[in-house]
Ligand binder design. Sequence first.
Ligand SMILES: C[S@@+](CC[C@H](N)C(=O)[O-])C[C@H]1O[C@@H](n2cnc3c(N)ncnc32)[C@H](O)[C@@H]1O
Length: 268
Amino acid sequence: MSERTGWSPDGIDISLPSSARIYDYLLGGGHNFAADRATAEELVRVLPVREMARLNRSYLRRAVLALVEAGIRQFLDLGSGIPTVGNVHEVAQEVEPSCRVVYVDVEPVAVTHARALLVGNPRATAVQADLRDPAAVLGHPETRRLLDPDRPVGLLAVGVLQFIPDSDDPWGLLARYRDALPSGSYLALSHFTPDRMPRAMAAGADIFRQTAEPITPRTRAQVLRMVDGFDVVPPGLVFTPQWRPESPEDVPADPGRANLYAVVGRKP
Ligand SMILES: C[S@@+](CC[C@H](N)C(=O)[O-])C[C@H]1O[C@@H](n2cnc3c(N)ncnc32)[C@H](O)[C@@H]1O
């Protein structure tokens, strides 16, 4: 309990590692507890998770910029995480200040911190909700306040769907979001895969199994099925650093070390 801080909301179990706070620690953030840091260090021993986190975060930035470039002015960010450098509203509003962003996360620290950061920003908000309940997310008063249901949306599911087990049918959930969004909307996602480093990923999954959020890394074919009903835009499904890199230095010698696939699709 000595770790209680001014920024941690009441009622959270700080002894149970959370993916939001593990990711925050891996990215160099300060909103994490000893249990999160210990789990992150265990992960570092079996997988290049720091590099994976950094490459995922820069994919998120490039995907948001591409969507703004394609005319998207409103974003629904599922599993948005603890705000860190390069949040979606910062990236989008820097290019196009009229952009609106609804952040959705199930984790109280992520939502509390996002709300604090967004004070004074009338075009961005944070909702605490479980993405497995599309009706609650889409029908939330904040979502309805900020997102125009008649205009295309940039739906982001970046680094989050591996936390949704097959039994919760992530494919069916994405189809429900897709069906609710107007034509011209986009889906940008990234997802853990065992394809490149199967043994290391299995060891990583064993570590996540001790947290409240076990992971289900998925194959290329399984991830590609998540964009069913969308027209996949170039370069297709690739490892995160290969998705429209801004310079050759953005792509490591072995892009597969990213261990996350990235793909973007447009709803016809
Ligand atoms: C690895 S972080 C990704 C953060 C951000 N999207 C990014 O890529 O930089 C995954 C986030 O998904 C959230 N998450 C996990 N399961 C969720 C669920 N069922 N509903 C909403 N958020 C969820 C976690 O709390 C965590 O903040």
